[in-house]
Design a binder for this molecule. Sequence first.
Ligand code: SF4
Length: 315
Amino acid sequence: MQNEKDLWWENKRYHTLNWELRNHFGQKIFKIPLDAGFTCPNRDGKLSNQGCLFCSSRGSGDFAGDRKLDLPEQFTQVKEVMHKKWPKGKYIAYFQAFSNTYGSAGHLRQLYDFALNQSDVIGLAIATRPDCLPEDVLDLLSELNQRTYLWIEIGLQTIHEKTAEAMNLKYNFADFKRTLAKLQVRNIRTVAHMILGLPGETCEEMLQTGEILAELPIQGIKIHLLHLMKDTPLAKIYEKEPFPFLSQENYVDMVIKILEKIPPDVVIHRLTGDSPRRTLIGPTWSLNKWEVLNSIDSKLSDRNTWQGRLASIKA
Ligand code: SF4
């Protein structure tokens, strides 16, 4: 019988991105989050002006580089900080804020090439929506995938149509699956984003999103907690009609149940979100990110469970 410890990743009971990158590159790799000046069809009027109701004014890139700075300056700022700590570190340029494939293939090529030409950059991570990947952009990504280490991050958030509509996502689970299929045909590593705590969803429904994702051919997942941020459309709704936030215990419990279903080869890119203290309305316990992560670790250990224990293809 396989030793239980053989299943763990760097003393974690789930397959961390940190472990994956060290295993792949043999050294420490950092992501440099960038704001490359994009917008989003759900904000510029093409689909709506409102955006997804939870989306912050920084297009869900609150810790990305400063939009007022150009990309070279953003790179320099982050790299200087990282370099002091890890002089031999290498970098993945992370196009994070807004929809980072929303532009012509020519413009996108310029931006991605610029990032790849920076010293010590060994790959790209590109976050976008399921409806922002036309064929010529997919072809560009396919070409990039041949010559660099590439992750594409696709927002799903929920499989439930009623929530997608209520949150004004302007795409649905069918759109996500169609796009995922196009990325998989091209062998492009794909990360799915999901959110726990969206108003109107029961815990069972939230778990269903994780369980269904676990059955799909994704290579990575980001599990976020809903952060209610000031100056979002959702905050205005909350002011008039407050809805309950998830408790930390409930969140940790759901994360563990989802991890158990996710196959062991799927990389866990994130298990909590970040949000700036000054703009967060709730849940405020999420500000203590390390406590949340430690709680996930200790509960996994207490329950003697791990990622993939209940997956269709077992660890
Ligand atoms: S798709 Fe992303 S950037 Fe666009 S509104 Fe939704 S969360 Fe914001």
